[in-house]
Structures are given as structure tokens and as C-alpha cells.
Design a protein around this ligand. Structure first.
Ligand code: CMX
Length: 137
């Protein structure tokens, strides 16, 4: 794993959360986009060495909508920046880690992403995030 790229935070209202993070906490907004494959709208904030990713569900079937309804708003996942995501996935699978998909999926900013089941990772949902060739935003 190269480094923690970002921490995902589930929010009910992107507008209200952004107001807090930008105007109260004082973080800079890097960008907002919709990620249809994950059924979320996301906003990235510059938090120094890493980014915070606010996640607002775009429909009630979204993994993030389920998370909020069961556990409330808050920290949803930790994302490791990786290169060669397919090799990483194969390596982890070989070691018995439960991955949530066979192949990477398109994520925010043109990245390829894959998730490790929290049951395999001591209660933490981890994302592998590969931005090879996409810059390091
Ligand atoms: N962090 C830690 N534990 C979590 C979790 C999370 N984010 N989401 C669910 N869990 C736990 C549940 O609490 C539950 O634990 P218990 O059995 O002890 O109650 C267990 O995992 C299984 O949860 P579930 O409710 O039965 O299953 P879900 O249908 O909610 O699915 C998960 C959970 C992780 C498989 C699903 O959320 C998933 O596939 N996530 C990957 C994709 C994703 O999260 N996308 C959104 C982010 C997109 C982005 O960053 O762009």
C-alpha cells in the first residue's frame, strides 16, 4: 500500500456537510462529482497529507444509504492508494481476504477502486484506490 489516500465520510446532506467543513473547519474544496457505479455524490476536501471524501447517497439502494440508516453518519471507509490494483487484489485474495468484487470498478476522479469486506479487516471497510496515470488529486 502506498499511503492512505482518503477517508470516506457518509453524510445525509452534502450541502450541509460542505458548509461545515469549508466554513467552520476551514478545509478547501477540491471538487464534487457523481459516481454512478457507487450510487453516491462525492466531494473531496484537502486535509493536508490526505483528503476527506464526503459521500452522499444518490438513492436508497446505495451502500452509503444503507450504512447511514443502520449506523448513522460518520466514518465509512479508509482508502489506500495503490498501483497495479489487480495484482493487489489477487495478492489479498490469495491471503484469504474477502474482496467485495472480482474486478475493480470505476471510482471518483477516474480511479479504479475495490473494497475489502469489513469482516476480513477487523471491522473497517477498506478501499484500494488506483489512480495510475490519473495524477494524484
Ligand atoms: N464499515 C464497517 N463495517 C460496515 C460498513 C462500513 N462501512 N458497512 C457495513 N458494515 C458492517 C455491518 O455493520 C455488518 O456488521 P454486523 O454483521 O456486525 O452487523 C456487516 O458489515 C455486513 O453488513 P450488511 O449490512 O449485512 O451488509 P451491507 O448490505 O450493508 O453491505 C458492504 C456492507 C460493506 C458489503 C457494502 O457496503 C459494500 O459492498 N461496500 C462497498 C462499496 C461501497 O461502500 N461504496 C460506497 C463508497 C463509494 C466511494 O467511495 O466512491
Amino acid at each position: 500500500m502506498k499511503k492512505v489516500d482518503h477517508i470516506g465520510i457518509a453524510v445525509r446532506s452534502m450541502e450541509e456537510a460542505l458548509d461545515y467543513y469549508i466554513h467552520t473547519v476551514g478545509l478547501e474544496l477540491l471538487g464534487i462529482e457523481e459516481v454512478p457505479s457507487q450510487q453516491v455524490k462525492v466531494a473531496f476536501l484537502d486535509a493536508g497529507n490526505i483528503k476527506l471524501e464526503l459521500l452522499e447517497p444518490t438513492n436508497e439502494d446505495s451502500a452509503v444509504a444503507k450504512f447511514i440508516s443502520k449506523r448513522g453518519e460518520g466514518i465509512h471507509h479508509v482508502a489506500f492508494g495503490v498501483s497495479d490494483i489487480r495484482s493487489r487484489m489477487a495478492e489479498l485474495k490469495e491471503k484469504g481476504v474477502q474482496l467485495l468484487s472480482e474486478n475493480p470498478k470505476p471510482g471518483a476522479g477516474g480511479a479504479e477502486v475495490a473494497f475489502l469486506h469489513p469482516k476480513s479487516s477487523f471491522g473497517v471497510l477498506y478501499e484500494l484506490c488506483d489512480k495510475s496515470g490519473k495524477g494524484d488529486k
